[in-house]
Design a protein around this ligand. Structure first.
Ligand SMILES: [Zn+2]
Length: 247
């Protein structure tokens, strides 16, 4: 049995919404146009979905359109993958400038919005919208929708269990903590270290990229339906845990 409890506030973010590289560093990516256009450079489709969700939920959207190969907003400051191979030999002062201008503002704005909600004693549900490549290391991924969270956080687990059930009912293959695990280095993991489970739920929504064209537009039919069906299936209040083990 699930029963609706306290209402929540939402925050929608998009860390990999585009693949632009600021002009002073563009020369470094000469010859890398195809990589930039691929899933390595950005999350095709994610920004459109994030925009639609923010609009529907009446919440702010915090989004970036800078390529993850320029600087990776979903990695912490000390993570080795913060800068890609195209940026690795950039001098330290330039890196500091890049972090100040493009990495920190996004992270700080998301964190400030969470803090404000927490101060008002509201629970905030942060939905970070991502997309993932359908084929990895030669294998086709069966997952169509992934919900990533930390299983040790009971309310995130309950939220994602209820959400997954709804998405499956709508006819899509939805998995929890696939194709990635929700507790590795990332923006939601960082925020969990700052805010307790009772006021912050950090969930990464991952949608398979073959629902979109290479430019990020949703395909007709099932592709057009997936984003709205996922949103329709999403809980609007914290589901009361049904006492089953949270995984
Ligand atoms: Zn992403």
């Amino acid at each position: 049995m699930t029963r609706a409890a306290s209402p929540v506030r939402f925050l929608v973010t998009c860390e990999h919404g585009g693949n632009s590289v600021p002009a002073p560093w563009r020369a470094r990516f000469r010859g890398a146009r195809r990589v930039l256009a691929s899933h390595r450079g950005w999350d095709p489709g994610a920004l459109g979905v994030a925009r639609a969700y923010a609009r529907e939920l009446g919440t702010p959207l915090v989004a970036s359109t800078i390529s993850r190969l320029f600087v990776e907003l979903n990695r912490s400051e000390r993570h080795p993958a913060l800068f890609s191979e195209w940026m690795r030999d950039v001098p330290a002062e330039e890196r500091a400038t890049i972090l100040d201008r493009w990495w920190r503002p996004h992270r700080a704005e998301v964190e400030a919005r969470v803090r404000r909600a927490v101060r008002d004693e509201r629970t905030i549900v942060h939905i970070a919208v991502h997309t993932f490549t359908p084929v990895w290391e030669g294998k086709r991924r069966p997952t169509e929708v992934g919900l990533l969270f930390d299983p040790r956080r009971g309310r995130e687990a309950a939220w994602c269990r209820a959400w997954q059930r709804g998405i499956v009912r709508a006819g899509f293959v939805a998995h929890r903590n696939r194709p990635y695990r929700g507790w590795t280095d990332g923006l939601t993991t960082h925020l969990r270290s700052r805010f307790p489970d009772r006021c912050y739920l950090g969930i990464e929504l991952e949608i398979r990229q073959d629902f979109f064209d290479p430019g990020g537009r949703a395909h007709r039919g099932r592709g057009a339906a997936i984003a709205s069906e996922i949103l329709r299936a999403m809980p609007r209040a914290i589901p009361e845990t049904d006492r089953r083990a949270s995984t």
